[in-house]
Design a protein around this ligand. Structure first.
Ligand SMILES: [Zn+2]
Length: 129
């Protein structure tokens, strides 16, 4: 997989975000350990709390369709350098495997992070054993 394919997936998914209340579009694309790319846009609901971020839409699609782990995620939003929220970072902890996180503004303008960069000292399933 070329990372540009992942970036393209996130940029395309952003266009499909359902955001009638904030009008803030976010797109995400995930590379599963099955080699497939899964995408998602944020979805807002009028009563607010059922609203879900693009990152979790893409991750849950990957897991529900057979991927066991996620290897990379690209995130893009209406603001320059849109980063994942804390909830999505915790979901990444659950399913990540050497996860690369790309914060994408365009195919040429992006930054790469590790999960340790974005969520150091995280709580994970290893803490439960
Ligand atoms: Zn989030």
């Amino acid at each position: 997989m070329k990372k540009e394919d992942l970036f393209r997936g996130a940029l395309e998914a952003k266009k499909k975000a359902y955001v009638p209340y904030s009008n803030f579009h976010v797109g995400a694309a995930v590379l599963g350990d099955d080699g497939k790319i899964y995408t998602g846009g944020n979805i807002e609901i009028a009563s607010y709390s059922p609203t879900i971020c693009a990152e979790r839409v893409a991750i849950f699609k990957a897991i529900s369709e057979g991927a066991k782990k996620i290897k990379a995620i690209a995130v893009t939003g209406d603001a320059k350098d849109t980063f994942p929220c804390g909830v999505c970072r915790q979901v990444m902890v659950e399913f990540q495997e050497d996860l690369k996180i790309y914060i994408v503004n365009s195919l040429e303008d992006y930054q790469e992070f590790s999960l340790e960069d974005l969520l150091p000292h995280s709580f994970s399933n290893e803490d439960l054993s």
